[in-house]
Write a protein that binds this ligand. Structure first.
Ligand code: PLP
Length: 422
C-alpha cells in the first residue's frame, strides 16, 4: 500500500488507519462495535503483562496486538477512534472521555496540582468557566481570567505557579480569535514552562490544528462538529506522547471513559463525513452571515469569513484546512438591534423560532446536521458573571447560530420571519 500520509485528510478521515491491530479480523469494511466491559484472559501471565504494559510503555501499533483487560483502561473501538483523531489533529497521542467536560477536566487534572495556577482567556464556554471558577479552587487550583489578545495582561497574569494557559479559539460564543503563536511565544522555552491548552471544538481539526500553532494540548467536545449528528456525547485530549500515559492513568482512576458505542458512531459516522459536512455548512454560513449583515434589525455579525471581521488577517492565518484553504467555519454570532438592552427582542425572536420555524431549532449544542440557535447570555454562558460577560463583549442581544446542512434559502426565510417578530 502507498503511504497513507500522501493522501489528503478528507480521504484519511474515511479510511483511518486502514488496518488496525486493535481488531483481529481485517476483512470488515466498517469497523465493528465492541461491547464488552471486561476481557477474557488466557492465563494469569497475560493479565499480569496487560497490567504491566498499561499506561507504562507504548506498544508499536503496527506490529503488536494490545492486551485488553477492562473497558475503562482500554478497549478496541475507542482505541481505533483515538488513532484516527490523533492523525486528524496532527498529535502523537489521543485519549477519549465520556464528554468534552470530562476531557477538559482530565487535561487540567494531569497538568495541575494543588498550589498551581491557570491563566485563562476571559470568555470561555460556561461550564469550562464554572469548572475553573467553582470546582478547581476546591482542589487548590486558582484561575486568573484575562484578555488573551492583550499580551501585556497575559504576561502580568503569569506567575511562577502558572502551569496552564487555557483558551478557546474561535471563542464560544462570539468567535473572537486568540493569536496562538503570539501566546505561545510568551511562554518561553524552559522545560518546565506553562503548557498551552486550546479548545478546538468550534474549528474541528478540519478547520484548524492548534498544535501546529504552538499548542501543547488540544481538547475537543466530540459531541459537536466532530460527532456531527448529535447522537452521542464525547470528548478528547490530544497531545504529545509523554502525556498519554498520565491521561490513561487519570481516566482509569477518575473514570469518565468514552463508551465503545459512542466511539463507534464518531469513528464510523462523524470522522468520515467531517470534511464534507464542514465544507458544505461553511458555504451556507457564508451566505447566511452576508444576509444577516445586510439586515436592518441586525447590529453586528461575527463570522471569520466576513470582510468586516475585526481579526480577518489572523483568521486567514489560523483557520486553514489541512490542504491550506481558508476555513472560517460554521458558527455565526450576531447581535440584534436591542435599544432597550434587556434581551427582550432576542427572546421574542427565539420564541418565534421555537414555535414556528421548520429549518432552525432552538437548542444548545452545535456542529450538527441540523441548524441550531441559542441565546448564550441566558443559556450556555449564564455561569459567567455580568461583569465578565460585559468585558468579554457578550450582550443580551447576542445570538449564536450553528449552521447545519439545510438549504441556505430555507434558513434565510426562517431567519427573516423570526427577525420580523423580534
Ligand atoms: C467550546 C466547548 N468546549 C467544551 C464543551 C463541553 O462539551 P460537552 O458538552 O461534550 O461536555 C462545549 C459544550 O458546549 C463547548 O461548546
Amino acid at each position: 500500500m502507498s503511504d497513507k500520509k500522501d493522501y489528503r485528510l478528507q480521504t484519511r478521515l474515511i479510511h483511518g488507519q486502514f488496518r488496525s491491530k486493535k481488531w483481529d479480523y481485517n476483512h470488515q469494511v466498517v469497523p465493528p462495535m465492541s461491547q464488552s466491559a471486561t476481557f477474557r484472559l488466557e492465563g494469569a501471565s497475560r493479565g499480569a503483562t496487560g497490567f504491566f504494559r498499561f499506561a507504562c510503555d507504548r506498544i508499536n501499533p503496527d506490529r503488536e496486538v494490545p492486551i485488553y483487560i477492562y473497558d475503562r483502561l482500554d478497549e478496541p473501538t475507542r482505541g481505533m477512534l483515538e488513532e484516527n483523531l490523533a492523525e486528524a489533529e496532527g498529535a502523537e497521542a489521543c485519549v477519549c472521555f465520556a464528554t468534552g467536560m470530562a476531557a477538559i477536566s482530565a487535561a487540567l487534572g494531569v497538568l495541575c496540582q494543588a498550589g498551581d495556577e491557570i491563566v485563562a482567556h476571559r470568555v470561555l464556554y460556561g461550564c469550562t468557566y464554572s469548572l475553573m471558577q467553582n470546582w478547581l479552587p476546591r482542589m487548590g487550583i486558582k484561575t486568573t481570567f484575562v484578555d488573551f489578545n492583550d499580551p501585556d495582561a497575559v504576561k502580568r497574569a503569569i506567575t511562577p505557579k502558572t502551569r496552564v494557559l487555557y483558551a478557546e479559539s474561535p471563542v464560544n460564543p462570539n468567535l473572537e480569535l486568540v493569536d496562538l503563536e503570539r501566546v505561545r511565544a510568551l511562554l518561553g522555552d524552559a522545560e518546565d514552562r506553562p503548557q498551552l491548552v486550546v479548545d478546538n471544538t468550534f474549528a474541528t481539526p478540519w478547520g484548524q490544528r492548534p498544535m501546529s500553532l504552538g499548542a501543547d494540548v488540544v481538547v475537543h467536545s466530540l459531541t459537536k462538529g466532530l460527532g456531527g449528528f448529535g447522537t452521542d456525547m464525547g470528548g478528547a485530549v490530544l497531545t504529545r506522547e509523554p502525556l498519554r500515559n498520565l491521561l490513561l492513568m487519570y481516566r482509569k482512576d477518575f473514570g469518565g471513559a468514552l463508551s465503545a458505542k459512542a466511539a463507534w458512531t464518531f469513528l464510523v459516522h462523524g470522522l468520515p463525513t467531517l470534511a464534507t459536512r464542514m465544507s458544505t455548512a461553511q458555504k451556507t454560513a457564508g451566505v447566511v452571515a452576508e444576509w444577516l449583515q445586510a439586515h436592518p434589525r441586525v447590529k453586528r455579525v461575527s463570522w471569520p469569513g466576513l470582510a468586516s471581521f475585526p481579526q480577518r488577517a489572523l483568521a486567514e492565518k489560523q483557520l486553514r484546512t489541512p490542504s491550506g484553504e481558508f476555513a472560517p467555519g460554521t458558527m455565526i454570532y450576531f447581535e440584534i438591534d436591542d435599544p432597550e438592552g434587556d434581551g427582550e427582542r432576542g427572546g421574542r425572536m427565539m420564541d418565534w423560532i421555537a414555535q414556528s420555524a421548520y429549518s432552525i431549532t432552538l437548542a444548545v449544542s452545535l456542529g450538527q446536521v441540523k441548524t441550531l440557535i441559542e441565546h448564550p447570555y441566558s443559556m450556555t454562558h449564564s455561569a459567567l458573571s455580568d461583569e465578565d460577560k460585559r468585558k468579554g463583549g457578550l450582550h443580551p442581544g447576542g445570538i449564536r447560530l450553528s449552521i447545519g446542512l439545510e438549504d441556505p434559502a430555507d434558513l434565510i426565510a426562517d431567519l427573516e420571519a423570526a427577525l420580523a417578530h423580534a
